[in-house]
Every structure is written in structure tokens, then in C-alpha cells.
Design a protein around this ligand. Sequence first.
Ligand SMILES: Nc1ncnc2c1ncn2[C@@H]1O[C@H](COP(=O)(O)OP(=O)(O)O)[C@@H](O)[C@H]1O
Ligand SMILES: [Mg+2]
Length: 375
Amino acid sequence: MSEAKLQLEAVDKIYNAGGARQVHAVRSLDMTVAPGEIVALLGSSGCGKTSTLRMIAGFEEATRGSIRLDGREIHRLAPAKRNVAMAFEGYSLYPPLTVRENIAFALKSSSLSKTAVAERVGEMAHMLEIEDVLDRYPSSISGGQQQRASLGRALIRDAGLYLLDEPMGQLEPQLRALLRGRIKFYIKERGLTAILVTHDQTEANALADRIAVMEDGVLQQFDSPAHLKDRPANLFTGTFIGEPPMNVFEAEVRADSGRLRFGLSGGVVLDYAEEEFSEALRRTLAQKLRVTLGVRPHAVRLAAEGAPAEVTANQWLGDQTHIAARFAGGSIVTVEHHHAPYAKGETIGVVLGSADLHVFDSQTGAAISHGGALA
Ligand SMILES: Nc1ncnc2c1ncn2[C@@H]1O[C@H](COP(=O)(O)OP(=O)(O)O)[C@@H](O)[C@H]1O
Ligand SMILES: [Mg+2]
């Protein structure tokens, strides 16, 4: 990888430090973003996404740690000195200016001619589908239009880094999907570097080269969309990423006479030939009494010879079926890609292949293995 564009090192954010309402919003965050990369910060509400962006942009002070952009320490500089463009979660357009003036304002300090500014504003408005409201004031347009105006104001700038905080949260799904494609193209075509905050996995997957999954102020995993899906670093990302969520079972590990067995609740035993697991993994599992198993709903196979499960719900979603069933003292969800006929109360056979098994440490949640190999 070439030299880092952005580098966060041991960054902490504590609000009201020492006070009764102290909040440790971001904890010892290390993160490196490469030039031209789009990174998504993904996590549930309150996990520290906005705090992270605001520290990078300079609207919040980092309590500890350092932030470097293009090799330059920026965390003590005023926001205007950082060369960072940000689209805020709350839009924050200037009320006395029209949408056109709001977007053009971002080019105020550039050396562009009036005609060039007008042209760029026009292009931006066209891309974001807000041409029809360019001469309106922020108070007279919808939240979704304000959001796009704010996004345009950030993207039109010439900056070293673009920070977009939930830039499409107010838009209906079709427009969101359309703009997603256009914004990605815009950023990639120009080789810009961007961090996008979202709580929408689909948006993160569609837009980002890498996704940083956060929970409770802690970075859980920073990886490509494919690795997050296939190689979750811990039980949190395993269950957070993926729809419907990963099935999880507590299991007792038993190895004897060439077999590796996982004993689940309700007397269910998953029984595999030991060759399906690498030797290194077998050595690790031999030291464990209990582990936590994860299997994605898409990976569950239904076959007559499988372990019995009793169907509790069957939802046809138009292009796939989600089947929930009572299994191993709890429940299991499977996804079938056709209109599966199973009725409530019916018994189905569930097969969980070793290649689809994710094993996690029951105490720490850390991943032990994916498929038959160590994590
Ligand atoms: N100005 C503030 N003062 C005190 N607490 C704050 C402030 N801003 C955010 N927080 C708290 O910090 C945590 C992280 O917030 P935030 O970064 O906005 O999360 P996200 O953007 O992921 O929803 C939350 O618990 C939030 O209540
Ligand atoms: Mg936020």
C-alpha cells in the first residue's frame, strides 16, 4: 500500500470528562485510510461514528491520540486549516442563502470564474437530482433535498478528504440506490478519498472498499465487505453483518476416533470427519470444552438426512424464502432461493456443512476458525 492518506492513532473521545455525565464515545481508535479509498464507518446509533468524523474534521477535539492527513498532523488545527470537506448529519445549510448559493459558497475561496462556478454547481445539482430546487431556500425544501444540497456543498469542494455523515438517510430507497451509484462513480473517477458514515449495511457494501465496524466506541473489524461476511473477526461482527443474522449455537467439543463432534442443546450432535478441519485447528479445539458456533442462514442446507427441526414461520419475500424452525433447544433460520413450501409445524432436516461453520471463543467472542481452518 502506498503512503497512508489518513492515519488515526490511539484516538479517544471522552465527553464531559470527569463529570457525572462522562461518555467515552471513541476508544483507542487506530485506522488507516489509503489514497483513493472509500471507507464506510458502520455501526448502530450511538457507537461513535459521528464523533469520529467530527474529530477528523476538527469540530470536536480528540481527547487523546493523533490524526494525520497526507503526512501532516491535523488534530490541533482549526477546521478550516485541515483541507477536509464534511457533509453533516444535520445538513446545516445557511438559511439566508438559496440552495444554489449554499453550494456555490463552498467554492468561494477557489480561483474559479463565475461561469465555472455556475457550471460546477449545475453539474452537482444534476447528479444529486436537486436542479429544480436550486433557487429555493433551505426552509422551503424537504429534508431529503436539504440533505442532498449539503452533500453537494461538501463534494463540490476541492479537499484532501471527504467526510459524509449518513448522507442519504432521508432519501427513499430508489433514489438512494441511484445516488449511491453516482456518488461512488464521482468519487472514484476523481480519485478522491472519502469516509462515509452509515448504519445501513447495503449502503456500506455498495459504496465502500473497506468497512470499519464499530460498537460502543470500539473498532470491531476493519475489512473488505467480502472478508466481513466470510471471515468475521468476532461474534459481534459475525452477527451484526449479514441479513438475516448468523445462527448462533453454544456447543461442546468432542474429538475421538477420527471424528470431531459438536454437541448442541437438545441432543443435536454435529458430527464431522476430522480431516475436514486442519490439524492446527484440531489442536486448538482440543483445548476447548465449549465453543460458540455460527452458521449463516444462506449456508444452512435442507435435506431429509439432516438433524430434525420444526418449522415455526415461513416468509416468502418475493425472491427468497426465510424459514424459521425450532432447533437444538433454540431456533434456526434458513434462506431458500425459491418459494419453499414448508408449513408451520412441519419437520425439516437441517445440514450444517463444516465449510460453513464459524467457530468463536465462548468467553471472548474472538473468531477461532472459518470453515476448516484457523481464523
Ligand atoms: N456533544 C456531546 N456531549 C456528550 N455526549 C455526546 C455528545 N455527542 C455525542 N455524545 C455521545 O457519544 C456517543 C457517540 O455518539 P455519536 O458519535 O453521535 O454516535 P453515532 O454517530 O454512531 O450515532 C453517544 O453515547 C452520544 O450520546
Ligand atoms: Mg451519528
